[in-house]
Ligand binder design. Structure first.
Ligand SMILES: C[S@@+](CC[C@H](N)C(=O)[O-])C[C@H]1O[C@@H](n2cnc3c(N)ncnc32)[C@H](O)[C@@H]1O
Length: 212
């Protein structure tokens, strides 16, 4: 189950990445996520909430072989039409994964777990399907970011759950070697600023890498 039907925006979803702002946010997020790739087995990845395949494409370009699921048939159709190499797509629910225990070397999920209705179940499902020493690479929207301040005014986000770093540390307390970072900072005027620029705000996206 999901708190927002992304099928409503499947036709326009990728247009964001064609705007100057979207391109720059994407560049920063990719830089942050790419830093986590070292040591991850590229052969056997589950991507949860692949949407239109925007990140699937990036992972595939970086040599990963993926099984990808999404709750929305319309989002998934967009992904399938991109003919992304080394990616298989199917409908699936993050909180009820149709895979055997300990079947993946890694699980990737980029801005999906904010929208899952039963989030606790999704976290336990991810843990279940990961092999021992498997890697979780997770990106979620940040409750301590400037973006969160306008959350209730944006229909896509109003029912979504943004996370804090401390909350993620608690949710991932069964994991080891937890790396946590944030990227895509906004300033007080909601303008993108350099991620290393000194301001009091955290970036829009939190990225976590953790080992089971
Ligand atoms: C913000 S989009 C992100 C899509 C893609 N990861 C990206 O970053 O471009 C969130 C995606 O999560 C999917 N989603 C929401 N709830 C889900 C659930 N319970 N199980 C699987 N996917 C879900 C939505 O259908 C949507 O495609």
């Amino acid at each position: 189950m999901t708190v927002y039907d992304f099928g409503l925006e499947s036709d326009t979803y990728d247009l964001y990445y064609e705007t100057e702002y979207g391109r720059e946010v994407d560049r920063r997020e990719k830089k942050c996520i790419e830093k986590c790739f070292s040591g991850i087995n590229r052969e056997n990845v589950l991507e949860i909430g692949c949407g239109t395949g925007h990140w699937t494409n990036f992972f595939s370009e970086n040599g990963f072989k993926l099984k990808c699921i999404d709750y929305s048939p319309k989002m998934l159709e967009k992904a399938i039409n991109k003919n992304i190499p080394n990616a298989e797509f199917s409908i699936g629910n993050a909180s009820n994964l149709e895979f055997a225990a300990e079947s993946f070397d890694s699980v990737f999920s980029i801005t999906c777990l904010e929208f899952v209705a039963d989030r606790a179940k999704a976290f336990s499902e991810i843990y279940r399907v990961l092999k021992p020493k498997g890697i979780l690479l997770l990106a979620v929207l940040n409750q301590n970011s400037q973006l969160a301040k306008s959350k209730s005014e944006i229909s896509t986000f109003e029912n979504a759950h943004f996370y804090t770093k401390n909350e993620l540390k608690d949710l991932l307390s069964d994991y080891s070697e937890i790396y946590i970072n944030d990227c895509a900072k906004l300033n007080d005027d909601a303008m993108l600023v350099l991620d290393d620029e000194n301001n009091d705000h955290e970036g829009m996206m939190i990225v976590v890498k953790a080992m089971k």
